[in-house]
Design a protein around this ligand. Structure first.
Ligand code: SAM
Length: 264
């Protein structure tokens, strides 16, 4: 582009995102609680239960007992990864399914590794942490992943379309792309209250509790800029995915939404 301004803006965005997550890594749970009115744990439980990760030996063929290869992008603190391994192990009796947690931020990964010590998966071959940008997953082979998840991560990516193409490349045919992200509230009255909460309360609470107004301001703005449910579903389709049904499920009237795509 002219004078490389776009490239500079993109580099600044990536640097800003890095800074935000470095500064919130250690009080990450309170951040999520403010941003989601405390409901993010229920959304994450629902997201994982609905994906039903793991190969159930009672229902799958005996020759096929390898478990799923799951890639949890922007997996930060391991919130989604631990839930998926628990679900595979306890609900599907699958001791083989493995999760690779990839995140661009080493501090978020360090927090995840620390937290993994409280789980049965620490030092297990079923859980791996890698530093990687969702837009450049060259360390992950083509057609190698059964389930790609990204929770509260994609709105921070500089080129969402590139990340979606990478998701498509690494998934096996029949593999599933699943995204949990803040979205657009549907009820206008509830939306008015939610917007007040987001723009007028969250940054100040961030200042009071974490001494960091700017990071919380960024997070609120990034939610407002993220495409609507329909638009984002269109972007998933444009990356080559088949869209099951309506393509998304609203959570808490659209404060968050789950989007899915299947690689043909
Ligand atoms: N998935 C976790 C969860 O649901 O609790 C963490 C979400 S956290 C709000 C967003 C994460 O996205 C951060 O850990 C950040 O470092 C990561 N991230 C931002 N841009 C990224 C990129 N381009 N590639 C990979 N990770 C990225």
């Amino acid at each position: 582009t002219h004078f490389g301004f776009e490239t500079i803006a993109e580099a600044l965005k990536e640097q800003r995102v890095r800074g935000v997550f470095s500064s919130v890594a250690s009080n990450y749970d309170s951040m999520n609680d403010f941003m989601s009115l405390g409901i993010h744990r229920l959304w994450k439980d629902h997201f994982v239960r609905n994906l039903n990760p793991g190969r159930n030996p009672l229902t799958s063929s005996t020759s096929d007992q390898k478990g799923w290869n799951i890639l949890d992008i922007a997996g930060g603190t391991g919130d989604i990864a631990f839930r998926m391994l628990d679900h595979a192990s306890h609900i599907n009796n699958d001791a083989h399914t493995n999760v690779t947690v990839a995140d661009i931020n080493p501090e978020m990964l360090a927090e995840g590794k620390k937290r993994s010590l409280q789980t049965p998966y620490a030092r297990s071959p079923r859980l791996k942490f890698i530093e990687a940008n969702a837009e450049k997953l060259h360390m992950i082979p083509d057609n190698s992943i059964d389930l790609y998840t990204v929770a509260f991560g994609i709105r921070n990516f500089t080129h969402k379309d590139v990340a979606l193409k990478e998701a498509f490349r690494v998934l096996k045919p029949g593999g599933v792309f699943a995204c949990l992200e803040f979205s657009k509230v549907e009820n206008p009255l509830f939306n008015a209250v939610y917007q007040q909460w987001s723009f007028n309360a969250i940054p100040y609470i961030g200042q009071l509790v974490a001494g960091d107004k700017a990071s919380y301001q960024y997070l609120v703005e990034s939610i407002a800029k993220f495409p609507s449910q329909e638009e984002f579903s269109g972007m998933i389709r444009d990356a080559g995915f088949l869209i099951p049904g309506k393509g998304y499920e609203n959570l808490t009237d659209g404060i968050a939404a789950i989007h899915k795509g299947v690689k043909p």
